[in-house]
Design a protein around this ligand. Structure first.
Ligand SMILES: NC(=O)c1ccc[n+]([C@@H]2O[C@H](COP(=O)([O-])OP(=O)(O)OC[C@H]3O[C@@H](n4cnc5c(N)ncnc54)[C@H](O)[C@@H]3O)[C@@H](O)[C@H]2O)c1
Length: 338
């Protein structure tokens, strides 16, 4: 049995991945999370008593804690999900983004390289590639050209990972994924924000002309891709992961409002986000051809599952963020997208 360290496991993708891994593998999972506003122990209640699961509250920037955990828990693999992840927050103040996404990554790499770690996976984002026009796709060889402080900090982390592979022969891989959606996503991100506000008949802010395009992937498909790369990915490689499901923001809001039987009059156009990337689209043929992965969940099914989950888990929304918080975001036109 392998011992895997998951950082940021109490957030959206990390918690989905921990549940996925415990259900679909024999790994013993150690979760290190400092529980920022985006990390909630409630996301992992269902595995709390699982003997193959252990939680440490702590920061990835704390090198002695990270080294101690790697040694004492006999960690063989690390997957780094821990990050500040919200673009709008990075525009307001980038410092914590640099601290966690750049320095935190370097701390993990430095602690891990002095051990017998077999594999390290950096969970990165398609946003490091910048923005596309109407045509084309991001491939793994697309030059890095981040446009927001968030994506710049993620790109910084990626470059450090690359440098550790080249300099120290460190066994790392990088995954760059498009926009995830699904259960347990903090309701400052676009899809849960639309659902939460619509359920409360609150205004839904739409940036600019609403025509910015994102490629949406159901979180379980991304979890399967990570598991594939963990088992079979080639050391030193980058793998792009996409959902094959491009939607502009306007049509996305419309689809959700229709399914919730709520009026389009809830949509409120607001001043565009600074430096707003126009379009992201992913070419995932490398992971498809090398590892046989492809997205399985159709957007129509994934979005219905997601809506149903939020409708059935209103208490979760209330617990992780008060209504006051959602009102604040609606009033200040923040939290529209990742
Ligand atoms: N959500 C997406 O659509 C998406 C898409 C592509 C890539 N990513 C990447 O995936 C990863 C996870 O994203 P998410 O949406 O689950 O984020 P999230 O904001 O929901 O969760 C982040 C988690 O990291 C923890 N954390 C933050 N700083 C930490 C620190 N210094 N030490 C320890 N823990 C810390 C938080 O408490 C939280 O549990 C991030 O690296 C993000 O950049 C996300």
């Amino acid at each position: 049995m392998n011992n895997i360290l998951i950082t940021g496991g109490c957030g959206f993708i990390g918690s989905n991945f921990i549940r996925y891994l415990l259900a679909n593998s024999n790994y013993r999972v150690v979760n290190l999370d400092c529980l920022t506003y985006a990390g909630n122990l409630e996301n992992l209640i269902s595995v709390e008593t699982n003997p193959k699961y252990k939680f440490f509250k702590g920061n990835i920037c704390d090198s002695s804690l990270v080294s101690e955990i790697i040694k004492n828990e006999k960690i063989d693999c690390i997957i780094n999900f821990a990050a500040e992840s919200h673009v709008d927050r990075s525009i307001l103040d980038a410092s914590i983004f640099v601290q966690t996404n750049v320095l935190g990554t370097q701390t993990l790499l430095e602690s891990a390289r002095k051990t017998e770690i077999k594999r390290y996976i950096q969970i990165s984002t398609d946003e490091v590639y910048g923005s596309l026009g109407a045509e084309g796709y991001f491939t793994e060889t697309t030059p890095i050209a981040p446009n927001s402080p968030y994506s710049a900090s993620k790109a910084g982390g990626d470059l450090l990972v690359r440098s550790y592979v080249e300099t120290y022969n460190f066994p790392a891989l990088i995954m760059r994924c498009s926009n995830n959606y699904g259960p347990f996503q903090f309701p400052e991100k676009f899809i849960p924000l639309i659902i939460a506000n619509a359920l409360n008949d609150k205004a839904i802010p739409l940036y600019g002309d609403g025509l910015n395009i994102r490629d949406w992937i159901f979180v379980e498909d991304f979890c399967r891709a990570i598991h594939c790369v963990l088992e079979k990915g080639r050391i030193g490689e980058v793998y792009n992961v996409g959902g094959n499901s491009e939607k502009n923001n306007k049509e996305l809001v419309k689809i959700i409002l229709e399914r919730l039987n709520k009026p389009e009059s809830l949509v409120t156009k607001v001043t565009d986000r600074l430096g707003h990337d126009r379009r992201y689209a992913i070419d995932y043929s490398k992971i498809n051809q090398e590892l046989g992965w492809e997205p399985l969940c159709k957007f129509e099914e994934g979005i219905q599952q997601t809506i149903d989950w939020y409708v059935n888990n209103k208490q979760w929304i209330n617990n992780v963020c008060s209504q006051r918080y959602l009102d604040y975001y609606a009033r200040n036109y923040k939290g529209l997208e990742k």
